[in-house]
Design a binder for this molecule. Structure first.
Ligand SMILES: *[C@@H]1O[C@H](CO)[C@@H](O)[C@H](O)[C@H]1NC(C)=O
Ligand SMILES: *[C@@H]1O[C@H](CO)[C@@H](O)[C@H](O)[C@H]1NC(C)=O
Length: 551
């Protein structure tokens, strides 16, 4: 008995030790609102991406991207909209930087359009000087206004030539083309840009681009396309990190990271081991798919197990999930100076078995789970975007425990509003930011190393397959007016207060911000309505003009 007692003690000790390092799925304390401030030097920002905001799709020597081609095909985008002109951000650098100044932002996150710099995607073909000039001007103007640029190299707009000639991310040759492009960016902009993000949300590139086909290039290679695209993207990321590390870091002293998106997955029943395992699979197949190779050198074990087993059952000789060689594993491991996190929403997860017939193979059925939502969760905007603030804290704590507490920049977080809504008094967005930012503050109190936050997004913009039907902006953009004027929503006033107070000083003040923000927006609403009436009058003018012209 004595001996057994010791064994038990040792066991308990081992369990305690491993529990200290593992994420605790069984404890989810929501707690109340936490009043307090962020660590000194915390960086506040807002974000955008090239295809969603720049417009000027065929101007000044820019090449075509897969999104230019995809959005011009009928039936791919809501209302058959395109990003041809979008916010005309290409022509509005000064205007938009002044909006950032109004918000008192510390940083601005934007992306470089690869085909704007290199029209065919292949550096040795041709470099477009006008494209370089545009980003030079944007970066210089940000720095003159003391706003730090955080630059994404790939926010989904692959040069079309690379898709047509090589099959895009299905082809390993993308690794070298992307590396050449990244190297050009370091050479031209790296003296001023110190925060680089290789890829934005590669999950979406892989799954929506090559599995479901909802995004460009619109391919439906179910069960294989996403895994192969992701494999090449991870290698491309690692190569670019090494290029920076060996050729530029000593001179430029910047950081290179990646921006991963992940919804949180919470077990439906936290006392049910099967649900816990299913929830963990959900997160591993989402964030872990990319983060685990980058931090630990290989795919999550659970992905290797599930996809491998199903591939065998389908009579395939090898797993549909590609493998890394030992050399590749050590080359990829540790290629992240900071981790960008994009996060919007949460799902409840439960175990669900899918039969593994060959025809039914897909990323989604490989996971053996079902996603659920709580009908009480607020759902103010996009169909998929339920507001579940506590999921954000859970995700951030998961990242801390799984990847050795890396330096984190939140690169995307925000909420949209429903179709054709012209309401500038976006009280629900104020609520979303208030609660999500508060959960991030709690995560920092938990010891998560978050250094900055990026509200998504600065402006309303082209929302991919949703066209202009969903608006994420702090600023409203009147897309029907060809000048694309911007109007502040109430959330501008509220976010500005959080930024200037570096957090939430006390209840009375925060309630006050909110009341004031909602009060001021009604005058913005009137301005917008007046401008609308005026532009309607103008819209009738062209019918008259040709007659005068002929005279
Ligand atoms: C978009 O294009 C498709 C195919 O030509 C057409 O059927 C559909 O009506 C268009 N939608 C709109 C809103 O124009
Ligand atoms: C990749 O591109 C090469 C040309 O560089 C081509 O020969 C090959 O078939 C492509 N592979 C795939 C999978 O498309």
């Amino acid at each position: 008995f004595q001996k057994r007692g010791i064994v038990c003690h040792v066991l308990v000790l081992v369990l305690c030790l491993s529990a200290a390092e593992d994420f605790d799925w069984t404890k989810n304390n929501h707690g109340s609102f936490y009043y307090g401030t962020f660590p000194a030097g915390f960086s506040w920002g807002a974000g955008s991406s090239a295809y969603q905001t720049e417009g000027a799709w065929d101007k000044d020597g820019k090449g075509l991207s897969i999104w230019d081609v995809f959005s011009h095909k009928k039936g791919k985008i809501q209302q058959n909209e395109t990003g041809d002109s979008s916010c005309e951000g290409y022509y509005k650098v000064k205007d938009d930087v002044s909006l950032m100044k109004e918000l008192k932002l510390n940083h601005y996150r934007f992306s470089i359009s690869w085909p704007r710099l290199i029209p065919t995607g292949i550096k040795s073909d041709h470099i477009n000087e006008k494209g370089i000039q545009y980003y030079d001007e944007l970066i210089d103007h940000l720095l003159e206004n003391k706003i730090t640029p955080i630059v994404t190299l790939y926010h989904w707009d692959l040069p079309q030539v690379l898709q047509e000639k090589y099959g895009g991310w299905q082809n390993i040759s993308m690794v070298n083309y992307f590396n050449d492009y990244a190297n050009l960016c370091f050479e031209k902009f790296g003296n001023r840009v110190k925060y680089w993000i290789t890829f934005n949300n590669p999950w979406s590139v892989a799954v929506e681009g090559y599995e479901t086909g909802e995004h460009a290039p619109g391919l439906k290679m179910r069960g294989t396309g996403a895994y192969r695209a992701a494999h090449h993207i991870i290698k491309a990321h690692a190569k670019v990190w090494h290029t920076y590390d060996t050729q530029w870091r000593a001179k430029q002293k910047g950081l290179v990271g990646i921006s991963l998106s992940g919804d949180w997955g919470e077990p439906v029943d936290i006392s049910n081991q099967k649900d816990i395992e299913a929830a963990e699979r959900y997160v591993q197949f989402y964030l872990g798919w990319f983060a685990t190779p980058i931090f630990h050198g290989d795919y999550p074990q659970v992905m290797k197990d599930f996809i491998g087993r199903k591939s065998v059952q389908q009579g395939l000789g090898t797993s549909r999930l590609p493998t890394f060689s030992p050399q590749e594993k050590s080359y990829i491991k540790g290629t992240c100076d900071f981790l960008g996190i994009g996060h919007f929403t949460t799902r409840y997860i439960t175990q669900k078995n899918y039969p593994s017939g060959r025809s039914s193979s897909s990323y989604f059925t490989d996971r053996d789970l079902a996603e659920l939502v709580d009908p009480r969760w607020p759902d103010p905007g996009s169909e998929w975007l339920y507001s579940v603030p506590w999921g954000f804290r859970r995700l951030l704590n998961f990242v801390k425990t799984q990847y050795g507490n890396p330096m984190i920049y939140v690169t995307e977080n925000g909420v949209s509003e429903k179709m054709l809504c012209t309401e500038l008094c976006d009280d629900w967005r104020i609520q979303y930011y208030k609660d999500y930012i508060n959960e991030m503050l709690k995560a920092i109190k938990d010891g998560v190393n978050v250094k900055g936050y990026t509200a998504w997004s600065l402006l309303d913009k082209f929302e991919w397959d949703e066209g202009f039907s969903e608006r994420f902006g702090l600023y409203y953009v009147d897309f029907r007016n060809k000048n694309k004027p911007r109007y502040p929503k109430a959330s501008v006033q509220f976010y500005k207060r959080i930024v200037s107070s570096n957090g939430f000083p006390n209840q009375r003040e925060v309630e006050n911000w909110r009341r004031k923000a909602v009060e001021t927006c009604s005058s913005s609403n009137q301005l917008l309505a007046a401008a609308r009436r005026k532009s309607k009058e103008h819209a009738e003018m062209p019918k008259v003009w040709p007659v005068h012209d002929e005279v």
